[in-house]
Design a protein around this ligand. Structure first.
Ligand code: GUN
Length: 307
């Protein structure tokens, strides 16, 4: 039976460090980092994510604001708004919450953000720097995963890592980061042949494809470390009971909200693993903490502050 790798303690430690540094700069310079989250349309999950980012920022003394635009906003208008924010002195971080409405192309919009303010690390300039193993703002979720492994003293050098999912938000940048850490990395996706057998080779298995409980216990090598990046809303009560048995918290979620949040990994996989991250309470908390760290980093670099 493996242990649960909770994200909370590390997320709180990182946020506390950011908070102290923000306070230090506020006292020294009377300036604080500024973060703008852009929400286009009314995607419910995006609203929740952005609100949690705003709340975390405010708790750390970061000046944060959500800019809400209507779902039918044209690309030209959105890019013009981003261009204004690029010029705005007191804005250090700009993030556009994804997914965007169908008529907007994420790549096109992200390219409009100044790379030095791209706190999501999604701009091609920053992704290119990551591939080159050079300095730059890095995507928050993969960075959180690397930090969580480091915090729990799970070495990456020489390890077989299998990442399921090839998104630009998690899979691809994480593969680059782990390669930079000298792991041997395989990326799997929907067309991978015999995915279960490939996954079962992994010393460290990362599930990031957004399919509830897709990774079964038999995909997991004995004593592997499993990182579950999935955040899926599951509304099927029978399926929830099948996966979790009697679970008071999930029953309560279903009764109150009509859904419960589950990962990409069948929770019974923890019985074979050495360790596994829970959902919720795992990687998700670190994504927000890393965004705070990136915002502070962008602030220091842009305003040329030394510690
Ligand atoms: N959608 C899902 N994850 C993310 C993220 O980390 N940043 C943004 N901007 N959108 C997302």
């Amino acid at each position: 039976m493996g242990v649960w790798l909770e994200g909370r303690a590390l997320a709180e430690k990182i946020k506390q460090e950011v908070k102290e540094e923000v306070e230090h700069f506020r006292e020294k310079t009377n300036q604080v980092p500024g973060l703008i989250g852009i929400l286009v349309g009314e995607n419910k999950s995006s609203q929740i994510y952005l609100r949690s980012k705003e709340k975390a920022s405010q708790g750390l003394g970061i000046a944060s604001q959500i800019l809400t635009l209507p779902a039918n906003t044209e690309a030209r208008a959105l890019k013009a708004r981003i261009a204004e924010l690029n010029q705005q002195e007191d804005v250090d971080g700009i993030l556009v919450q994804l997914p965007l409405p169908g008529h907007l192309k994420a790549h096109d919009i992200i390219c409009a953000i100044s790379p030095e303010k791209d706190v999501d690390g999604f701009h091609p300039f920053n992704l290119g720097s990551l591939l080159a193993n050079e300095e730059g703002l890095k995507p928050c979720t993969p960075m959180g995963i690397i930090e969580l492994l480091r915090y729990n003293r799970v070495p990456l050098e020489g390890k077989e890592v299998v990442v399921i999912g090839r998104s630009l938000i998690v899979g691809k940048p994480l593969a680059a980061m782990m390669t930079n850490e000298n792991a041997t990395v395989t990326i799997c996706h929907s067309r991978t042949k015999d995915l279960a057998a490939v996954a079962a080779r992994a010393d460290i298995l990362v599930a990031a494809m957004g399919k509830p409980a897709f990774v079964k216990p038999e995909f997991v090598k004995e004593s592997a470390v499993v990182i579950d990046v999935g955040i899926n809303q599951l509304a099927d009560a029978a399926r929830v009971r099948d996966l979790f048995g009697e679970d008071e918290k999930r029953e309560k979620d279903l009764a109150e909200k009509g859904y419960t949040v589950v990962g990409d990994v069948d929770p019974r996989a923890v019985e074979r693993a050495a360790a596994m991250t829970p959902v919720p309470g795992g990687v998700g908390l670190l994504t927000v903490a890393m965004l705070m760290k990136n915002t502070l980093e962008a602030f220091k670099r842009r305003r040329r502050f030394e510690p």
